[in-house]
Design a protein around this ligand. Structure first.
Ligand SMILES: NC(=O)c1ccc[n+]([C@@H]2O[C@H](COP(=O)([O-])OP(=O)(O)OC[C@H]3O[C@@H](n4cnc5c(N)ncnc54)[C@H](OP(=O)(O)O)[C@@H]3O)[C@@H](O)[C@H]2O)c1
Length: 266
């Protein structure tokens, strides 16, 4: 890359809050330009970016509809007009309760759209933005879930979408090489979700080999590592305190619910 060319930046989808915000912070504090995509979390995304800019980092909040191809194309066009894009962290996801028996076809398709098609599409748009010989190391990092290595039938459509995305890491790495590296990061439980309350979360977050909560900053750091390590492609890192090695018959929040009802602890 020529001396005058700005350093490539990172696009984080669903970057306004929770894990997405931790990922934006980690990249910004490592010197990356950050584009933080949001859909509904405008206030959080803008506050996060303003805070990071106050620290001296280059961050911009961008509203976009990543559920449509038109929205994804417009997003990539906007970002690449602002500066060279080196990495996309596909963090946004929809997480809706259902089972293999009762799933609603439209809700399942919505989740597949956001959790599977959007990441695959954004990664290929990144590949298409590459000019031969421009010297930019490009990567797409798909945020998965330890569930893909530790199956239980709860959150059926969500799990199907993440299973497909996990399988697609190697496939897409083959498909997009040499323009874009493709990696996965599979976190364990990080935040309360759906109907889960704080008491449940306190217990659920320790149901892993290390018996302590997972620090979202560790997941974010893993993304920065993969984005900055040009020899890695087609592989997934679990950042889950070994949760994927603790098999459970149901989603951890339901297991804890049962234990709390019986007055015992996991
Ligand atoms: N939370 C956990 O404990 C956990 C555990 C394992 C894996 N993960 C994975 O880690 C990632 C982040 O988890 P999280 O809990 O921080 O995520 P989250 O809060 O559930 O969602 C992150 C963002 O995704 C965007 N989003 C959600 N539904 C969308 C839709 N239908 N269309 C477009 N955008 C949508 C939202 O952005 P706006 O708010 O701007 O609309 C939301 O803030 C996800 O990929 C998740 O699967 C999370």
């Amino acid at each position: 890359m020529a001396e005058s060319t700005p350093r490539p930046g990172v696009l984080v989808t669903g970057g306004g809050q929770r894990l997405g915000a931790a990922v934006c912070e980690a990249f910004a504090r490592t010197g990356w330009t950050v584009w933080c995509q949001y859909r509904a979390s405008r206030a959080q995304a803008e506050a996060l970016c303003a805070r990071l800019r106050d620290e001296g980092h280059r961050t911009t909040a961008i509203e976009a509809d990543i559920a449509s191809e038109e929205g994804r194309r417009a997003l990539i066009a906007k970002v690449t007009a602002d500066g060279p894009l080196g990495c996309i962290v596909n963090n946004a996801s929809a997480f809706e309760p259902d089972t293999g028996l009762d799933f609603d076809a439209d809700a399942a398709l919505r989740q597949l759209g956001v959790n599977l098609v959007a990441p695959l599409s954004l990664a290929r748009l990144l590949a298409k933005s590459a000019a031969p010989g421009d010297g930019i190391d490009r990567s797409a990092i798909h945020i998965l879930d330890q569930k893909v290595y530790n199956l239980n039938p709860d959150y059926f459509s969500y799990t199907v979408s993440k299973l497909a995305l996990e399988r697609a890491v190697a496939l897409q790495a083959q498909s997009l090489a040499p323009a874009v590296r493709v990696c996965g990061v599979a976190p364990g439980i990080l935040y309360t979700s759906g109907p889960q309350n704080q008491a449940n979360f306190e217990k659920a977050s320790r149901a892993n080999l290390l018996r302590r909560p997972i620090d979202p900053a560790d997941v974010a750091r893993a993304c920065v590592f993969l984005a900055g390590t040009p020899s890695v492609t087609g592989t997934t890192l679990c950042v889950d305190n070994g949760q994927h090695l603790v098999p459970l018959a149901r989603d951890i929040m339901f297991v804890v619910d049962e234990l709390l009802k019986k007055g015992s602890t996991p």
